[in-house]
Design a binder for this molecule. Structure first.
Ligand code: HEM
Length: 378
């Protein structure tokens, strides 16, 4: 008779293998490729998960609250609101021309004119809860609840790309992050990585960190930022990227997506939590309105210069071209406590996707396992 321990061990293996195998498949092989191989990608995904959990732990140990936060995007504000898919006569002529490709999943005719309940979370990007005058990337995540209790989640950053080009670079960046969290100087962490992984990987990790630093800024407010998915999804079999922009902006092209920023002095005068304070006052004066857009790969300048799978696998590649507005986001409801925002059933869970908008590329193939692990650990 198997002992409890060995039984638990078996369950652990099977449940682990089941999770990884299920997530690790090429949804659109025509547009995707494994990072070296399926096995190597699975191994890197597990290494990335373990590194995220390690960093989450180290940050908690050194934080005044001694509490585990999200592995990233730790400082956030959660608000209820609505999500409304635009009807055909509200689409631009360019969007109307792509109706057959657009009308899938949450954008399908069944949801037109439905005012769907949604939960919005504006956040920083760091895994630490820091003052808002510290430059950072800002994020918007959305959970839309359909009447069939299906839910679609979107997770966007106000940067034109996701700075981690592949899973190996992501693992190496976290390795340096862990060394720094354990007390090493950044240069020592870089040297230690170069010693263990070689100069080429160390410089690739440094380039990703530098790119992230370049994308960081001091936002004027969460409401006047343009947010993007950074990674690619499949809509009706077409590779797309998504995002959201303020309703008072006229946006037909990615060049029109802008972020309003302020100086560090201005931000310091406003205080350490000015973004949250402003959010409350914007909610009191009618709320925040954003529009959701879809960008088709086959309409981008990069695609016209010749398609390569790196346009999907490498999330640092920026797609420039026309965008199509497909829904209106009214962020005007009540502010929710972090606990309610995170409750496992209805909480924000970027890993929970509607079947018709699966993630593409190694970054999306890996993220749900890691985002779920981070959530389970806190
Ligand atoms: C391999 C790729 C990725 C990994 C490993 C990853 C990891 C994580 C982790 C650990 C969390 C915290 C989960 C929690 O504890 O609740 C998280 C949340 C989040 N991620 Fe990612 N992420 C990845 C890709 C992306 C991309 C491409 C974007 C968008 C550009 C993104 C945007 C977000 C946002 C906005 C949240 C906060 C969600 C919320 O409000 O709860 N992530 N991610």
């Amino acid at each position: 008779m198997l002992s409890i321990r060995s039984l638990l061990f078996c369950i652990g293996i099977f449940s682990h293998v089941a999770i990884t195998a299920a997530e690790h498949q090429l949804t659109l092989p025509k547009f995707e490729q494994w990072y070296h191989s399926q096995e190597q990608e699975q191994a890197l995904t597990l290494e990335l998960r373990d590194s995220f959990l390690k960093l989450q732990e180290l940050i908690a140990e050194r934080s005044p609250e001694q509490k585990k936060q999200r592995g990233t995007h730790a400082k956030g504000h959660c608000i209820t609101g609505t999500f409304q898919v635009l009807a055909d006569d509200e689409l631009s002529s360019a969007a109307f021309a792509r109706k057959a490709d657009l009308r899938h999943g949450l954008f399908a005719p069944a949801y037109i004119d439905e005012v769907l309940p949604a939960r919005y979370r504006f956040a920083n990007s760091s895994g630490r809860v820091l003052p808002d005058f510290i430059p950072d990337i800002r994020a918007l995540s959305i959970a839309v609840q359909t009447h069939e209790r299906l839910s679609q989640h979107f997770a966007f950053n106000n940067a034109p790309h996701f700075e981690l080009k592949d899973l190996q670079t992501f693992v190496d960046v976290l390795k340096m992050g862990i060394l720094v969290a354990e007390g090493s100087y950044k240069l020592t962490a870089f040297a230690k990585l170069a010693w263990h992984a070689g100069l080429r990987r160390a410089f690739a990790a440094k380039a990703a960190v530098d790119m992230g630093e370049e994308d960081k800024a001091i936002a004027d407010s969460f409401s006047n930022q343009s947010y993007r998915s950074g990674s690619t999804f499949a809509l009706g079999g077409q590779p797309v990227k998504l995002g959201a922009y303020p309703c008072d902006l006229q946006v037909q092209h990615t060049d029109d997506l802008v972020n309003k920023t302020i100086t560090a002095d201005e931000a310091k005068q406003r205080g350490a939590d000015y973004l949250g304070t402003q959010l409350v006052s914007e909610l009191q004066s009618g709320g925040i309105c954003h529009k959701l857009f879809v960008q088709f790969l086959d309409e981008t300048d990069q695609y016209h210069h010749g398609f390569d799978k790196e346009l999907i696998e490498d999330t640092t590649r920026i797609w420039t071209g026309p965008i199509h507005t497909v829904a209106e986001l009214q962020i005007a409801g009540e502010q929710l406590s972090p606990a309610t925002c995170d409750d496992p059933v209805n909480g924000l869970n970027p890993a929970k996707v509607h079947i018709d908008l699966p993630g593409l590329g190694q970054i999306n193939r890996a993220r749900s396992l890691i985002e779920s692990a981070s959530r389970a650990a806190r």
